[in-house]
Design a protein around this ligand. Structure first.
Ligand code: NDP
Length: 332
């Protein structure tokens, strides 16, 4: 099977030569392991951090080893109780065609309950991030006005819709193209949205949120965070989920320059990691699958076909070529 290796640590923006697609023989699984043929794998912004050799909440990718990440596949051979050939499973051995995975790292998924790729996005890690970040970390309550950046992406598009469904007074999103802005307001029911490339974020946010905001869900950092701090009402909350505008930068950012506003406005700002919120999984699946079935919550995926296009999918994600979850499809 083919698998993607990191062969050089990126300097700033990653380039295709930082990666190599290599062939490795597919063996039988060892005791307690399951051999999975991957059908879909996920590419995610946090993987950029794992490409650097720095201490973080996830260990760096090792050079000349397969990269890891979320994947859904089908069991082709099992040496573990509870799993048999044909089962569909969610696991962490992505970026490759075949993975041998310890049974304790596998979760069965039901292909009849949802399309398999949904377990990587709307009903998966990015979905739980949106749900827990908004409802728990940002302490969203009915009547809040919510601003989310990266709003047309996997996490952001779900944050905005959950806020709407839970009774937000106003939902505002920002994204990187006019087409994405249209998608937010015309298809996902955002009250207002703007293209951050069309002018200063602070000016566009002021226009979109004349009465201020109560919650800022940050996926971007930098200018977006600064603008949100200026726009937040007293006792507003910021959930710091991501700062993608900085992931490729080689020097520290200058914004936000207005942190002193946290004092007078009594703002609260809290970083989050989705893995701390696994206890919400049941409630999350119940709410979101109900909304998906009823059509109240819509989701889109950008699907790139073929393992050989995996790196292009990741690079495209970092450039904003996706709307909704970016998925690599290995089927057929
Ligand atoms: P997305 O689907 O949102 O894809 C990334 C998007 O980021 C792109 O589509 C692009 O959209 C946008 N982007 C890229 N560069 C910039 C930039 N310089 N300024 C503004 N926007 C930019 O990815 P996810 O939904 O998977 O992740 C969203 C955020 O959530 C990321 O920051 C990620 O790190 C974070 N995250 C955090 C988790 C946690 O536990 N803390 C868990 C999961 C995700 P556009 O066209 O709008 O620019």
């Amino acid at each position: 099977g083919r698998e993607w290796h990191l062969v050089r640590r990126p300097d700033g923006e990653p380039v295709p030569d930082d990666f190599a697609l290599r062939e490795r023989p597919v063996g039988q699984p060892s005791e307690g392991h399951v051999l999975v043929k991957n059908l879909y794998f996920s590419v995610d912004p946090y993987m950029r951090g794992r490409m650097d050799d720095v201490k973080s909440y996830t260990p760096p990718f090792q050079l000349d080893q397969p990269m890891a990440g979320g994947a859904v596949g089908q069991v082709v051979a099992s040496q573990a109780d509870g799993f048999s050939e044909g089962d569909y499973v969610l696991h962490f051995g992505g970026w490759r065609e075949y993975a041998s995975v310890p049974a304790k790292h596998l979760t069965k998924v039901d292909p009849d309950a949802a399309p398999l790729s949904a377990y990587l996005g709307v009903l998966g890690m990015t979905g739980l991030t949106a749900y827990s970040g908004l409802l728990r970390v940002a302490e969203f309550k009915e009547g809040d006005a919510v601003f989310v950046s990266g709003a047309a992406g996997a996490v952001g598009s779900e944050v905005g819709q959950i806020a709407r469904l839970k009774g937000a007074s106003r939902v505002i999103g920002s994204a990187g193209s006019d087409e994405k802005v249209k998608f937010l307001t015309e298809e996902l029911g955002f009250d207002a949205a703007f293209n951050y490339k069309n002018g200063p974020v602070a000016d566009q946010l002021r226009e979109a949120a004349p009465a201020g905001i109560d919650v800022y869900f940050d996926n971007v950092g930098g200018d977006h965070l600064e603008a949100a701090i200026s726009r937040l009402n007293t006792h507003g909350r910021i959930a710091v989920c991501g700062m993608i505008s900085q992931y490729n930068s080689t020097k520290p950012t200058s914004a936000p320059r207005n942190l002193a506003l946290l004092i007078g406005k009594r703002l609260r700002m809290e970083g989050m990691l989705v893995q701390d919120h696994a206890d919400l999984q049941g409630q999350f699946i119940e709410d979101v699958s109900r909304w998906v079935r009823s059509g109240d919550l819509k989701y889109r995926e950008t699907v790139v076909r073929g393992v050989d296009n995996g790196v292009e999918a990741f690079l495209g994600l970092m450039r904003g070529e996706n709307t909704g979850k970016m998925i690599v499809d290995l089927t057929d």
